[in-house]
Ligand binder design. Structure first.
Ligand code: THU
Length: 538
């Protein structure tokens, strides 16, 4: 069982235009493509984990150390909030609203009425220019400067001496309550400034985020009593929903985020550590600074080199992104791209290609599955069973009997393998799980064929997989099968499979038949008395 998952979001690190990029004005965008050939890009650790093995990304060499996938965003958006929500299992049908022409008059009028302050500006503006251009009038009249950007934000600037910060925050809360439903902007942001013209912004900026409209994996984990630890802007992106306040660690920049994450490896927690590294997006992607982006990735890769060896036996690392922000295109805005997913850990199959996944939400489903928490209403399809190395640890009790825990894991593995059975002709699905004495599990399913006779049973698939990997020292096998459907009852191994088992396994070899929660154990000699074995040829 997995104890801790470190999920790192490299903000805006896309790996190529999504199929629907044109609808977002982002045809041909490719953030990784724009930085990977830069002289300052040097990321051997990301390469080792499988970054260049990902579907559609070229250049992967040898076997990757991690499992890898290309992730497609199912939500209709390309912003940070929607991307993170989807990673956490919440797919959004509508993008967060943006206001290139300013906010509607009736909304501003209501905001003025409720706050008691007149409003200036109300259009997209640069944060430093807006206080220079509107600051003097705001200071004279006590008005609030409301402005927006290409992002889904409602920003309110005011001079701290004219509108005290607490009053500004109160106005932000009023805006937050107004801006719901179709006007549910991602963030309302307080932007206090001080001093004489042209003024300076103060550190008392505060974000009031939209609360996710449904539960995410964070709610599921917290409800299950697991830890949810956050680094960077994760807490704000989820408006704290599903995250204990004590686990909110805001950061100054990437270096700070990496330092805090490195510190958390030493902490004994059980659950998820969810990290956002924002510089890729805010400092480089939006500024079309490909060199800076390449340097930031190189710095992350160096850090990764020291972080990976510190992961424990029961830890998993996942690296992904929330959208793209190609620094080489004229646009300084986000881009609708695929994102990468790299999964690494002692219990993860190296070099496992997960292909292209249809939603970021598969990450959420997998996190919950790996930590043993039910998905509830969250979206996504878990790929946990595909990527985990099935290793149950010690197999025997001191007196040489199979451990009960191991028996149960073996029968469950056979039931899981049964789901992969290829049975268009018989619709009789069988799964087998073969255990080696060192604790490794090889699974198999039955694979049928249009010409019928080449069909191979589940047991033989498992045995042949193991033998072809050089493993022949077996401890037990479990078989779960029956007609299609979940109510698999019992499948007696066929004569050919019994014969193949007798080739490698002794008379007392345990064969577990049944299903999870209801199985029986039989020595192989009960299934095949007087077996003809290699000994007979001596
Ligand atoms: N089958 C197995 O996979 N294992 C057995 O030991 C018995 C039979 C499969 C083969 C075929 O695909 C289907 O069950 C019906 O015979």
């Amino acid at each position: 069982m997995i104890k801790r998952i470190f999920l790192i979001v490299l903000d805006s690190f896309g790996v190529g235009a999504a199929p629907d990029a044109a609808a977002f004005g982002d045809e041909g965008s490719d953030t990784l493509g724009a930085v990977r050939n830069h002289p300052e890009f040097d990321c051997p650790n990301l390469a080792r984990l499988g970054l260049f093995h990902i579907d559609g990304v070229c250049g992967g060499q040898g076997q990757a150390a991690g499992a890898y996938a290309r992730m497609r965003e199912a939500s209709k958006g390309k912003d940070t909030t929607i991307g993170h929500w989807e990673i956490a299992g919440l797919v959004s049908d509508d993008p967060l609203p943006t206001y290139p022409d300013g906010f509607p008059d009736d909304l501003i009028a209501e905001f003025e009425r409720l706050t008691g302050h007149p409003v200036l500006c109300n259009k997209p503006y640069s944060g430093t220019e807006v206080i220079r251009d509107y600051g003097p009038e705001a200071c004279r009249t006590g008005a609030l400067i409301v402005y927006t950007s290409a992002d889904s934000v409602f920003q309110i600037a005011a001079h701290e001496d004219v509108v005290p910060v607490d009053e500004l925050y109160r106005c932000c809360e009023i805006a937050r309550k107004l801006l719901v439903g179709k006007h549910g902007v991602g963030r309302v942001i307080a932007r206090p400034f001080e001093g004489e013209w042209p003024y300076v912004r103060t550190a008392r900026r505060h974000d009031f985020s939209l609360v996710p409209p449904a539960d995410t994996m964070l709610d599921r984990l917290s409800a299950a009593g697991l830890d949810v630890v956050t680094v960077g802007k994760i807490y704000d992106i989820f408006a704290g929903k599903g995250i204990p306040v004590s686990e909110c660690r805001r950061t100054e920049n990437n270096d700070h985020g990496m330092e805090l994450t490195a510190g958390l490896v030493d902490r004994d927690f059980r659950g998820l550590c969810f990290i956002n590294l924002v510089d890729f997006d805010s400092a480089y992607g939006h500024r079309n600074d490909a060199a800076g982006y390449a340097r930031a990735l190189t710095a992350f890769d160096r850090w990764l080199g020291s972080f990976l060896p510190r992961l424990g036996e029961d830890d998993v690392l996942m690296i992904t992104a929330d959208h793209g922000c190609d620094p080489s295109t004229p646009s300084t805005d986000h881009s609708r791209e695929y994102t990468p997913l790299l999964v690494f850990g002692k219990q993860i199959k190296p070099g496992y290609d997960l292909g292209t996944r249809s939603s970021f939400a598969d990450i959420s489903a997998t996190v919950l599955d790996a930590l043993g928490v039910a998905q509830g209403t969250t979206a996504g399809k878990s790929f946990w069973r595909d990527i985990r190395v099935q290793d149950v640890g010690p197999v025997y009790t001191l007196s040489g009997k199979l451990l009960k825990r191991v028996e149960k894991a073996l029968v469950q593995a056979a039931a899981d393998a049964r789901e992969k059975a290829y049975t268009p002709y018989s619709h009789f699905k069988v799964g087998a799980a073969l255990l080696t004495k060192s604790g490794k599990i090889y699974t198999g399913c039955n694979i049928e064929n249009a010409s019928y006779t080449p069909t191979v049973c589940a047991e033989r698939t498992a045995v042949f997989k193991a033998v072809s990997e050089g493993d022949t020292d077996f401890a037990a096998i479990a078989v779960v099968g029956g007609p299609e459907g979940p109510a698999a009852d019992f499948c007696a191994p066929c004569g050919v499979c019994r014969q193949v088992l007798a080739e490698f396994c002794p008379a007392h070899f345990p064969v577990l038949l049944g299903k999870p929660g209801a199985y029986s154990v039989h020595p192989l000699s009960d299934l095949l008395p007087f077996a003809f074995t290699p000994k007979d040829l001596l």
